[in-house]
Design a protein around this ligand. Structure first.
Ligand code: DHB
Ligand code: FE
Length: 282
């Protein structure tokens, strides 16, 4: 059976892609953010996952407001990135993992998650940035050390799935991975958050106190955030900060207790409280 080696959660601000393209990792503005990644890359070099299940939200590249599935799972042999207008160079395509995709789709539907199946799927900055941050030496050649299964959670157009529903989805994903007949090593990646609001009266809003409490809860009391409605969460973390649902679902996919192997939190990157967290089963 497949093994879940751990979970990585990270924010995904588009400006990070421009900073990578310009080599600004040591620039004083960027360094506190990029410094969160060497420990995670070192861990990846040690545990050597073969597959990444990436929980993320699309921002209008693959799904537009006219058709918006709540949960969708990729089942493509290859996933292409494309220009979203942020000025980020397109990432080399990611290789899919059809075997895990279809196993996950079948397991989730059997477990009463009526997901949308995508045999074609463009991946936006929410997938391309984590990949470029975690495996920077592969981003141009495309010889990624992992195959990918993208799982998209709608956090863009209301109504959004609740924290408690996303937690259950994560649990169901974790159980499906562990029941997959494969000797693959799987890492779960959650991309989004932490607190941020890009528009309206509260543009620029961040909430350090809540973000840090939330990060800590994923280790000590993983279902803590499920006590909140999405309305309450958006009050706490901003309209786009609701992307933290990806962190929650990622944690829920990890079986049993986890330990925190590394964490980073920095305010702000663009309009976002940028965090990274590496969790391993303890
Ligand atoms: C920003 C953050 C996001 O999560 C996103 O998807 C786009 C932009 C930002 O802070 O600029
Ligand atoms: Fe986003």
């Amino acid at each position: 059976m497949a093994k879940i080696v751990g979970g990585i959660a990270t924010s995904h601000v588009p400006a990070i892609g421009r900073a990578i393209a310009k080599g600004l990792q040591q620039d004083p503005y960027w360094k506190p953010f990029f410094d969160g990644f060497p420990p995670i890359r070192q861990w990846l070099n040690e545990v050597k996952p073969d597959v990444a299940v990436v929980l993320y939200n699309d921002h209008g590249l693959n799904f537009f407001l006219d058709k918006m599935p709540t949960f969708s799972v990729g089942a493509a042999a290859e996933y292409h990135n494309a220009d979203e207008g942020w000025g980020i160079p397109a990432l080399a395509p990611a290789r899919g993992n059809l075997d895990l995709s279809w196993h996950l789709i079948e397991s989730l539907v059997e477990n009463e998650f009526d997901i949308t199946t995508c045999q074609e799927m463009l991946i936006d900055h929410a997938v391309s940035l984590p990949m470029a941050l975690l495996w920077p030496e592969h981003k141009d050649s495309g010889d990624w050390p992992v195959t990918v299964v993208p799982v998209c959670i709608n956090t863009v157009q209301v109504p959004l799935p609740s924290a408690s529903r996303c937690y259950k989805l994560g649990q169901s994903i974790g159980k499906a991975i562990e029941a997959w007949e494969s000797d693959a090593r799987v890492v779960v990646i959650g991309s989004g958050g932490l607190s941020h609001q890009l528009d309206g009266e509260r543009a620029g809003f961040v909430n350090k106190e809540f973000d840090l409490k939330f990060m800590e809860s994923l280790i000590s009391d993983p279902a803590w955030a499920t006590q909140y409605s999405n309305h309450e969460l958006i009050e706490q973390v901003g309209t786009q900060g609701i992307e933290l649902l990806m962190w929650l679902a990622t944690r829920a996919a990890l079986p049993g207790k986890v330990s925190k192997l590394s964490a980073n939190y920095h305010i702000p990157i663009s309009n976002t409280a940028a965090g990274t967290l590496l969790m391993e089963n303890s």
